[in-house]
Design a protein. Structure first.
Length: 338
């Protein structure tokens, strides 16, 4: 099954879960399209949820209507031929989708910047104008980015109550926190309840990933130079993990297939002990390898395993050929999908 089909199935499953959870609520059911008394969820592009590059809106069914995603600006240094100038891409765009893989393949320096407090504040004001009563703003680990701090500054001037959370996660581990918050909000949850749903999912998530080279992580300051040199000299493909919001070395493999196999085994072991595990796979320019990994992991997930291209803000640091897996252990009876 292709990466695109897997993600489409996953989105359909999320819509089905929303309706099933609504039907299971006792008493009067909340209207899924009510316009008042709602809690919105704000996140940043590191959530890795599927986004329409033309509109910047999530492709996530009904849940996508509850969520606003703030872009993470990406800067590409054009090198000597470009007069050493730096091109900034502040929003999602077809140009960034085209230029980023080329820059990574050519070894051009690629950097990211936190969204400005003003850009996030604009999002909060827009949600207030739409009639939302509050916002849960859940973001990329504060140890990897200044986005959380920017959101806190923006919240101080917001015209509605805003709860800002440091997920200590990235990728679909952050994305799952956003999804659980959006589900809670759609089902009538208040500000506290929506925030608790996000916090619980983030705390129950684990991410592992492997990269062909550590150079992009070193350039971005996410690992030190010594670790980068070690990886290059030993020709290893390290398996990395996020632990308490920081990137840490988990194991060393001598090829990307071996790293992928080890990540698969680690994820299967973790999911087997969970009542309800949901798994997602990331890739950067290698959807076929990611689709194979997702297929192998499907028996361990209670939902279709999506294959999601790393968003530009993460791809800039992990580079072409990266693979990643997130697993979130949710409460509930185990009902493994096929």
């Amino acid at each position: 099954m292709s990466a695109v089909m897997r993600t489409e199935q996953w989105v359909q499953a999320l819509d089905a879960e929303l309706h099933a959870r609504r039907a299971a609520l006792p008493g009067r059911k909340p209207h899924l399209r009510r316009t008042r008394g709602r809690i919105a969820v704000v996140t940043d592009a590191a959530c890795a949820l599927p986004v329409d590059a033309a509109t910047g809106r999530l492709r996530l069914g009904l849940l996508g209507e509850q969520v606003e995603v703030v872009p993470i600006p990406v800067m590409i240094d054009q090198g000597p031929q470009g007069g050493q100038r730096s091109e900034m891409y502040p929003e999602y765009s077809a140009e960034l989708t085209r230029d980023l893989p080329l820059a990574l393949a050519q070894g051009l320096p690629v950097r990211t910047s936190r969204p400005s407090p003003g850009r996030i504040a604009e999002t909060y004001r827009g949600l207030h104008a739409e009639g939302f009563d509050g916002v849960v703003s859940v973001h990329l680990s504060a140890k990897l980015s200044g986005t959380y701090d920017a959101a806190r500054l923006a919240a101080e001037q917001a015209p509605l109550p805003v709860t800002v959370l440091d997920s200590q996660q990235a990728g679909l581990a952050l994305g799952q926190a956003v999804i659980q918050a959006a589900l809670a909000a759609r089902l009538g949850g208040n500000l506290q309840g929506v925030a608790q749903a996000a916090e619980a999912a983030a705390a129950a998530s684990n991410s592992v990933f492997a990269v062909p080279s550590l150079e992009q992580l070193r350039r971005g300051g996410r690992i030190n130079r010594l670790a980068s040199l070690f990886g290059t000299m030993m020709r290893v493909k390290p398996v990395l993990q996020l632990c308490e919001g920081e990137i840490q070395l988990l194991e060393r493999a001598h090829s990307m297939p071996r790293a992928s196999a080890r990540m698969q085994a680690l994820t299967a072991e973790r999911a087997s002990s969970s009542e309800k595990a949901v798994i997602g796979v990331h890739c950067c320019g290698n959807p076929e390898a990611a689709a194979e990994l997702a297929q192998a992991l499907q028996p361990h997930s209670t939902q279709p395993v999506p294959v999601v291209e790393l968003p530009p803000g993460l791809a800039a640091h992990l580079g072409l050929g990266a693979l990643g897996i997130s697993v979130t252990e949710l409460p509930g009876p185990r009902n493994t999908s096929s």
